[in-house]
Design a protein around this ligand. Structure first.
Ligand code: NAD
Length: 267
C-alpha cells in the first residue's frame, strides 16, 4: 500500500487542529511527509510539542482552544507572519462527549460538544478564510464522522455537531469556490485513537463486524484521505463528503441471509 505523494503539499502551509494525538497527529505527520509546513494546534501542550519536535523544522506547535475566537486569530496571525499565509486547514479537534441516551444528556453537555465540534469549525473557517483568500486560495478539510452520515444511537450532541459540520462544509464550499477555496468533509468510521481506546475494540480482521470491511481503521488511513483533499490531486473536489469507514455507513452487514422462499414471487 502506498503512502501520500512525497511532495503533494510541497511548500504549502497547513494548520491542523487537535494535532497533539490521534487523527490530528497522523494528519500532521502525513502532511509533513507530503512536504507541508505544519502548524499543529491543541490544548495538550506536552503531546503537541512532542509531535512538532518529531517533525523537526517542518512543524510548529501552538496552544489553541478551538472554541476561542481570540486563539483562532492568534493562530491565523502567526501563520501569516511566519509563513506568509495559509494553504490548508484541517479542522480536526473534537471530543466525543461520551455515550448517553438522548434524554440523559444534559443541555450543558450537549452545548459543550457542539461548541467544540461544530462552533470550533465555524470559528476556524471564519478566521482562516480571509488569510487563505489573500493568499490566492486553499483547501479546508473538516473532520466530521460516520455519526454525521447516519443516526448513531447515544450520540445526540456529537452526532448533531457532526451532521452540522457536514452541512457547514457544503455551505462554505459553495460560498468560497469563487475564491479558489475548496471545502470538504471527511467521515472516519471506527478508528483506533485515544478517543476510542476505552471501547476495547480488537485490532485486525473480524474485530469490527459492523463495518463491511470487518475491522477498525488506522489513523494513517484517515490521514491519507486528508492529504488527498488538501492537495491538488483533488483539485475538482469541493463540497464532498468522503466516508473512510470500512463501509460502515454504506449499509448493514447481513447476518441472516434472505431465504429463497421469502422472495417476491415475481423475481
Ligand atoms: P483524540 O481525542 O485522540 O484527539 C482529539 C484532540 O483534540 C486531542 O488532542 C484534544 O486535546 C483536542 N481537543 C479537544 N478539544 C479541543 C479544543 N477545545 N481545542 C483544541 N483542541 C482540542 O480524538 P481522535 O479520535 O483523534 O479524533 C479527532 C477527530 O476525529 C475528532 O473531531 C473526532 O470527532 C473525529 N472522529 C474520530 C473517530 C474515531 O473513531 N477516532 C471517528 C470519527 C470521527
Amino acid at each position: 500500500m502506498t503512502g501520500p505523494s512525497a511532495d503533494g503539499l510541497r511548500d504549502r502551509t497547513v494548520i491542523v487542529t487537535g494535532g497533539a494525538r490521534g487523527l490530528g497527529a497522523a494528519a500532521a505527520r502525513a502532511a509533513a511527509a507530503a512536504g507541508a509546513r505544519v502548524l499543529l494546534t491543541d490544548l495538550r501542550e506536552k503531546e503537541g510539542r512532542a509531535v512538532a519536535r518529531e517533525l523537526g523544522g517542518r512543524a510548529r506547535f501552538v496552544r489553541h482552544d478551538v472554541t476561542s475566537e481570540d486563539d483562532w486569530r492568534a493562530v491565523a496571525d502567526l501563520a501569516s507572519r511566519t509563513y506568509g499565509g495559509v494553504d490548508g486547514l484541517v479542522n480536526n479537534a473534537g471530543i466525543s462527549g461520551g455515550s448517553h441516551a438522548l434524554e440523559e444528556q444534559t443541555a450543558e453537555a450537549f452545548r459543550r460538544v457542539v461548541d467544540i465540534d461544530l462552533t470550533g469549525v465555524f470559528l476556524g473557517l471564519r478566521t482562516v478564510i480571509p488569510v487563505m483568500r489573500a493568499h490566492g486560495g486553499g483547501s479546508v478539510v473538516n473532520v466530521s464522522s460516520a455519526a454525521g452520515l447516519m443516526g448513531l444511537a447515544r450520540t445526540a450532541g456529537y452526532g448533531a455537531a457532526k451532521w452540522g459540520v457536514r452541512g457547514l462544509t457544503k455551505i462554505a464550499a459553495v460560498e468560497l469556490a469563487a475564491d479558489r477555496i475548496r471545502v470538504n468533509s471527511v467521515h472516519p468510521g471506527m478508528i483506533h485513537t485515544p478517543m476510542t481506546a476505552h471501547l476495547g475494540i480488537p485490532d485486525g480482521e473480524g474485530g469490527y463486524p459492523a463495518a463491511p470491511l470487518g475491522r477498525v481503521g488506522t489513523p494513517e488511513e484517515i490521514a491519507r484521505a486528508v492529504v488527498f483533499l488538501l492537495s491538488d490531486a483533488s483539485s475538482y473536489v469541493t463540497g464532498a463528503e468522503l466516508a473512510v469507514d470500512g463501509g460502515w455507513t454504506t449499509g448493514p452487514v447481513l447476518t441472516t441471509p434472505f431465504k429463497e422462499d421469502r422472495r417476491c414471487p415475481s423475481t
